[in-house]
Design a protein around this ligand. Structure first.
Ligand code: HEC
Ligand code: HEC
Ligand code: HEC
Ligand code: HEC
Ligand code: HEC
Length: 416
């Protein structure tokens, strides 16, 4: 795969300048809070459109009454006073959004390619100061740049300030109990808005705009719309209610086995032997994933059913594999199949085969490969000798992506 292919992917993503939430004043997506300043859906949508217009404006100088701690935009500074959110965030993928896989690609683009950087940074590290820090870092390599006085680093990924601070003013949801905050607060208090409880807050990065890139008539990133068409939207179950329960900042998703299991109903019937054949059934229901399972083109989920011999080995000729994924070509020009399970949909897999003479059990496994697309993409990229500056980072990204698969279901039933 040539350099062109690497940028083929980048170029497709470049099309997405400014992924604002799609305006849809009709959907009141979360319970309204009485103390909110912008409670009308239309007002919220206007607020969010402005709030997430990218590139974000530089924050400017901190107000003079701010202490050094209040003036810092570093997540660790926020964490001094908000330790719970900081600990959560540190363990979440939002804090690792400037991953080696992204950084390697930014290195290949070069220090001068600011517009190209923004096409990625708008979601992965959206502060204007992060873009500037990235530029300096790439231009100075292999020497490092001194830390910025405002504490900003591109390496922090999607930070507290990226979601909460505009023009040095802090924004956040109304207090949980609806009470009014005390008058004298650090960072001059905050502007309370229930837009933070709206699914469209997340759509800013988890939904491509209507004119974004599509395959087979479907947007490449369509999570918000999948959610909107589901029962969960009708029942006012926002993205936050599942991904930030109790306002926790964990954002668990496809990389977390417990989270994935919590969304699925899995049932298998015991194997039946009849006329020399073994048959069994497996059912997977998308019970509580608020969108397609999985929503992106990047994970692959495999269902594997096969007969096992003594010693615990699956007999190769008896294995059936089914893919649950939106499987697309590496250059994103073709959708090979879309077998994702939509909200409330049940998928049934029937296994019926001749009983193998050595079979003693029937085994069913469900394996999740959260980074399958990226692993293939990195492998192809590393085959290209023209990829040099970014090679080390992309190699690290590949090693990581190869380690993320895990099983969410394993059943081994003796055949009578
Ligand atoms: C010196 C301590 C301190 C620092 C530093 C600090 N905060 Fe705060 N922050 C507070 C306090 C105290 C409150 C008020 C909490 C309350 O009374 O509900 C608050 C409120 C907030 C709220 C609103 C909470 C809500 O209920 O909606 C947000 C959001 C917030 N801070 C984000 C940040 C971010 C982001 C940073 C870093 C850029 C930061 N804070 C730095 C002390 C601090
Ligand atoms: C509209 C928001 C958005 C834009 C723009 C965007 N990404 Fe992402 N990116 C995501 C989301 C969400 C994920 C996580 C879901 C997934 O795995 O697809 C992700 C995941 C990734 C990953 C795999 C996880 C990781 O961090 O290693 C890489 C690599 C990546 N993006 C690179 C890029 C590059 C390069 C660009 C710019 C050409 C870009 N992205 C632009 C939202 C975006
Ligand atoms: C991806 C965007 C995002 C990032 C990054 C983020 N937050 Fe939040 N934060 C939110 C949203 C959305 C809510 C409101 C959730 C809700 O109402 O269900 C929130 C709520 C809060 C609250 C109010 C909590 C409460 O219990 O009332 C505080 C304080 C806060 N965030 C601080 C931080 C700090 C500190 C960081 C960094 C360590 C951070 N946030 C990172 C989106 C973000
Ligand atoms: C500024 C852009 C941005 C916003 C706003 C944002 N995200 Fe993300 N989110 C990302 C990116 C980029 C990633 C991928 C990080 C990575 O792996 O590189 C991500 C990853 C995630 C993941 C982890 C997926 C996985 O693969 O396990 C979940 C879950 C998630 N986001 C949910 C949310 C929710 C819920 C909200 C709204 C409260 C939200 N995000 C707001 C950019 C954003
Ligand atoms: C009813 C609960 C629920 C709601 C509502 C919900 N999600 Fe999820 N989400 C899940 C579960 C469970 C998973 C893990 C299974 C999976 O990855 O599909 C998940 C996974 C994800 C992932 C991981 C990537 C992937 O390919 O699956 C992202 C990103 C995400 N959600 C974003 C969102 C956004 C944005 C919204 C709102 C538009 C949202 N979710 C609404 C339950 C929910």
């Amino acid at each position: 795969m040539g350099m062109r292919s690497l940028f083929g992917v980048a170029a497709l993503l470049l099309v997405l300048t400014g992924c604002n939430p799609s305006p849809d004043p009709g959907s009141a997506s979360s319970p309204q809070s009485p103390s909110s300043s912008a409670s009308l859906p239309g007002a919220r949508s206007a607020f969010l459109e402005k709030y997430w217009r990218r590139p974000l404006a530089p924050q400017g100088a901190a107000p003079e009454n701010f202490s050094a701690l209040e003036a810092s935009l570093a997540p660790s500074a926020c964490g001094t006073c908000h330790p719970r959110q900081f600990e959560d965030w540190k363990s979440a993928l939002h804090s690792r959004a400037m991953s080696p896989g992204l950084f390697g690609q930014l290195q290949e683009m070069g220090a001068a390619a600011g517009d190209d950087h923004q096409a990625c940074l708008q979601c992965h590290a959206p502060l204007a100061e992060q873009g500037e820090h990235l530029r300096q870092t790439l231009a100075n390599a292999p020497h490092s740049v001194p830390p910025r006085p405002d504490g900003v680093s591109h390496a922090h990924g999607l930070t507290c300030a990226g979601c909460h601070v505009r023009n040095r003013q802090v924004f956040g949801p109304p207090r949980k109990d609806g009470s009014a905050p005390p008058r004298q607060l650090p960072h001059d208090g905050w502007q309370a808005t229930d837009a933070f409880e709206d699914s469209r807050f997340c759509a800013a990065c988890h939904q491509f705009e209507a004119d974004g890139p599509t395959l087979n008539g479907k947007l490449l990133e369509n999570t918000y719309e999948e959610w909107r068409a589901s029962r969960h939207a009708r029942e006012n179950r926002s993205c936050q209610s599942c991904h930030m329960p109790d306002r926790r900042h964990l954002w668990r998703g496809i990389h977390d086995p417990e989270m994935v299991k919590s969304g699925l109903g899995i049932e298998s019937s015991p194997p039946i032997i009849s006329k020399g054949q073994v048959s069994a059934q497996l059912q997977i229901t998308n019970r509580a994933v608020g969108h397609a399972f999985p929503t992106y083109v990047t994970p692959r989920v495999w269902v594997e059913i096969g007969q096992e011999s003594a010693g615990g080995k699956m007999i190769a000729s008896t294995i059936e594999r089914h893919l649950i994924a939106r499987d697309v070509s590496l250059d994103l020009t073709m959708e090979k199949s879309d077998t994702r399970i939509m909200p409330d949909e049940t998928r049934r897999y029937v296994y019926r085969r001749n009983l193998h003479p050595r079979a003693i059990a029937l085994t069913t496994r469900i394996v999740v490969e959260p980074d399958a697309f990226y692993a293939d993409f990195y492998r192809a990229t590393l085959k290209d000798q023209d990829v040099r500056i970014g090679r080390k980072a992309i190699d690290r990204a590949l090693q990581h992506a190869e380690q993320t698969p895990y099983a969410i279901y394993l059943s081994r039933q003796k055949v009578p």
